[in-house]
Ligand binder design. Sequence first.
Ligand SMILES: Cc1cc2nc3c(=O)[nH]c(=O)nc-3n(C[C@H](O)[C@H](O)[C@H](O)COP(=O)(O)OP(=O)(O)OC[C@H]3O[C@@H](n4cnc5c(N)ncnc54)[C@H](O)[C@@H]3O)c2cc1C
Length: 483
Amino acid sequence: MNPDMKKRFIHAMISLLGKTAVLHQYEELVSYECDGYTIHKGLPSAVLFPANTEQVAAVVKYMAEHQIPFIPRGAGTGLSGGATALNGEVLISLVRMNKLIRVDYKNRRAVVQPGFVNLKLSTSISSEGYYYAPDPSSQSTCTIGGNVGENAGGAHCLKYGVTTNHVLGLEVVLASGEIVRFGGLPDTPGYDLVGFFTGSEGTMGIVTEITVRILKKPQGIKTVLALFEDVAEASQAVSDIIAAGIIPAALEMMDRIAIEGVESGNYPVGYPRDIGAVLIVEVDGIEAGLQDQIDLVLAVCQQYRIREVRQASSMQERASWWANRKTAFGAMGTISPDYLVQDGVIPRSTLPQVLARVDEISRKYGLRIANVFHAGDGNLHPLILFDSRIVGDTERAVRAGSEVLSVCAEVGGSITGEHGVGVEKMEDMRYIFTEEEIEAQLKVRDVLNPNQLCNPDKIFPKPSRCVEVKRYLASANEEHVLH
Ligand SMILES: Cc1cc2nc3c(=O)[nH]c(=O)nc-3n(C[C@H](O)[C@H](O)[C@H](O)COP(=O)(O)OP(=O)(O)OC[C@H]3O[C@@H](n4cnc5c(N)ncnc54)[C@H](O)[C@@H]3O)c2cc1C
């Protein structure tokens, strides 16, 4: 935006939203230069804070009329750069739309604004015996709008499903500024646009209201920790537990380097630092029968070299294990100046093989890699430790991360389980899609976001030369027909 245009734009936004809802000075914008993925940064032209759907629609209409690119943003905890303005886009922050609109216990649903913080939903309905299942480790900060953007997962998504399995209806402001509603009925005819928007990373419009499923809290919960001498054996046990017919509520794993981090962090639980891996297994449901499931889990683990197993003796002890696990990413800051979180998915049975490859990649690039997993659903989070003050280290970390994802793709997995593609993994999309498959997705995007004003240059790699030529020929052909 040139200075004159920016002046007019800021003036128009202040008259639409009020002075306190528009940030545009450098010192105000600098804290919005990235999200949780800090490798790519960019200063937005402005940050806007609409207070309701009508204001979002008015702002987006202005953007469409003046061809100004914009990006929806929640709490900015995303780990793939989805909410980062790389080319001076305007950020539309939804954090002031943070209300719990209503709860319908009889029909087990709640309606929230997009800036409502994930954990607040469970705490708001807990006294009635209900909770909201998707529990990203960032849940005390991230917003439900951002969870919809990324189709967020979490430790307890193995049994209960990820965000898309809990979103029943959406209100969306499209890139044109129109307000539309999808879903929300017991069954909706027509296309499943709720599923389509969930995980679209803010490239299809701005979600302004979300209807979610809420669940009755389970009658009982039992949690065990198993400390394994060897990480490969722990990963084998993960497959065996599921093969034994148990679907735990959560099945999480951390390897030795991750343990070094969490034990140096704010919530140590006293894991020996020389063990190969720790497995946290939680089962929940009707009280009767839970202990049988735990006994089966223990029997599986005991086929391997385990140093110790502990069953949580109280809810406080269980909470301390989860606090330790859920702060694992941040705890890496105690053992490394920088870390890059990766997010691949693999078939569970390939876990030992993939871990061996991750170890090779670690040695090849000379960077330590800690592994934290939602192991039950094959979702790996290799945490690549590096030091951005050392020349070349950041690039090495990025290359190592991409190589890990190529291994995930090679064994039949995917390049993201829950953190999205954002700017980080655009090129890695080629590991799993052909040019034609990417092109088909771009065609869909272009219908609802025709001028690519809404979160441009995210998710998809730049088209290859051959596709550009094909597009050019197709449009030249169209013009020829028209004239
Ligand atoms: C310590 C830590 C732990 C984490 N653990 C997990 C985890 O266990 N599981 C997991 O899935 N993720 C995890 N994450 C990643 C992140 O918290 C999630 O992706 C979360 O869903 C992002 O929410 P947010 O409000 O911060 O969204 P943002 O980062 O602000 O935005 C994320 C994406 O959604 C889009 N978006 C935001 N709001 C809207 C809206 N209203 N309408 C349309 N698009 C929108 C943005 O454009 C962007 O593309 C973790 C992050 C951190 C820092």
